[in-house]
Design a protein around this ligand. Structure first.
Ligand SMILES: [Ca+2]
Length: 241
């Protein structure tokens, strides 16, 4: 292979690597949660998970290779001439696409459930991200309940299984009406009660819409991206323990 081709390949690989692991650098907002609750997953949560995922007793036996396919939502907007809006659009590393709830009105109470790689920071882009114009036309997330569960891959029989950590962190968040990623550190509140969290193989993140900033044209609430990552510029205040 000629040197020129090798260099082109190198730059393509660099681009792909940057793209797949892109975490916003300085253009994000570190949210301070309105409220944080650490608790055991209760019966209601179990029925919530069971209803949506067929999960019982917190045990979630599946092929770990397909665990990311368990990302889902309680609704999504029907495909139109501009594109489609299912949950995969919030997990495709592109701000040009978004999950959009499909309920009547702004979708208060609707959920998106994301299975994500482990990370100590959760990033959410709380509106349509293709442009500031499209952002303003649609609803943005104003208040949300965000529940973060750890999932652990393990085996007792040789066959791989995935189980829920029975402890969860629940955050009540108020987002700023600002075009960009906004996020919170995750995992730190479980540290004292369950160090197991840090060994999580996956995170399961449930985001429920509680309130929105109203769009100027559409009454549809959008989330362009949900992702985990390392905090780029860690603030000691994030981890005071
Ligand atoms: Ca997207």
């Amino acid at each position: 292979m000629k040197m020129k081709n090798i260099m082109i390949l190198f730059f393509i690989l660099c681009f792909l690597c940057c793209e797949s692991s892109s975490v916003p650098a300085d253009d994000y907002i570190n949210l301070v949660p309105d409220q944080v609750t650490v608790r055991k997953i209760d019966e209601n949560d179990t029925s919530r998970l069971e209803e949506d995922f067929g999960i019982t007793e917190f045990i979630f036996i599946t092929d770990p290779d397909s665990v990311f396919d368990r990302s889902t939502a309680t609704s999504f907007l029907t495909e139109d001439k501009y594109g489609s809006y299912d949950v995969s659009k919030a997990l495709d590393n592109s701000l040009s696409t978004a999950w959009v709830e499909g309920a009547e009105g702004p979708g208060i109470g609707e959920y998106i459930f994301c299975v994500l790689k482990p990370g100590d920071f959760l990033y959410i882009f709380p509106g349509y991200g293709s442009s500031q114009k499209v952002w303003a036309l649609n609803n943005r997330l104003k208040k949300a309940k965000v529940t973060v569960y750890g999932l652990k891959q393990y085996t007792t029989t040789g066959a791989p299984e995935v189980a829920f950590n029975p402890m969860a962190e629940e955050f009540l968040l108020t987002f700023q009406d600002a075009f960009g990623y906004q996020g919170i550190p995750v995992g730190r509140y479980l540290f004292d009660v369950n160090k197991w969290f840090y060994g999580s193989s996956f995170l399961f993140v449930a985001i429920q819409i509680l309130d929105v900033y109203q769009g100027t044209k559409y009454d549809d609430t959008c989330i362009a991206e949900v992702k985990t990552g390392k905090r780029v510029n860690p603030d000691p205040a994030d981890f005071p323990m």
